[in-house]
Design a protein. Structure first.
Length: 192
């Protein structure tokens, strides 16, 4: 599979095809339905990547604006949700890169901030804290590992869909997912 090839798909579902065609014709109600249908999934991915509600909401809005302007170029070779995940992941990764640059600039300006580190989490976790622990430790993974883990284990995308969304080889998806799962397991085990 080439990096730019979409996954083999049976095409759009009839419902998706009708929705897409109505949106392409400029039907505002159809586009509203399009947003309502996918907004929760898109926000969920953005929030898990960015861990900031306001920023995730901004990304979700930007995803739908980009999708609206690019609907004419969508060929239907993947599901609409897969296409939206691709837009979402790119926007999130761009924001995370910008954050790193901003943080590096801030640390250069104020080296005292480097000495401040968060307090270690409480080691006595109850069951309800396990989810919070997983979410927190997920953020400690590299961006490449985190996005693959979120798309596969949380959003349920296939390996082929993830390869298409991220523009990477299928084997790369498998290896990143394996490394992400192992890294997350290692990070969580030290608290259990």
């Amino acid at each position: 599979m080439k990096r730019t090839d979409p996954p083999v798909a049976e095409g759009l579902l009839e419902e998706e095809a009708k929705l897409l065609e109505a949106c392409r014709r400029g039907d505002q109600e159809a586009f509203k339905g399009f947003v309502l249908k996918y907004q929760h999934q898109i926000f969920s991915v953005a929030f898990r990547m960015l861990r900031d509600q306001a920023e995730a909401e901004d990304v979700a809005q930007e995803v739908f604006l980009k999708a609206f302007s690019a609907l004419g170029g969508f060929r239907g070779e993947s599901k609409l949700s897969t296409w939206l995940y691709r837009i979402t992941s790119r926007l999130c990764l761009n924001r995370l890169k910008a954050r790193k640059k901003d943080a590096a600039r801030l640390l250069q300006d104020d080296p005292v901030l480097m000495e401040n580190s968060p307090t270690p989490p409480d080691r006595a976790l109850e069951e309800r804290e396990l989810r919070a622990l997983l979410e927190r430790e997920l953020q400690g993974l590299s961006e490449e590992q985190r996005i693959v883990l979120v798309l596969r284990d949380i959003q349920g995308l296939s390996y082929e869909e993830i390869a298409f969304v991220l523009g990477i080889e299928l084997g790369t998806v498998r290896s990143r997912l394996h490394r992400a799962r192992m890294a997350l397991k290692e990070r969580v085990e030290k608290f259990l």
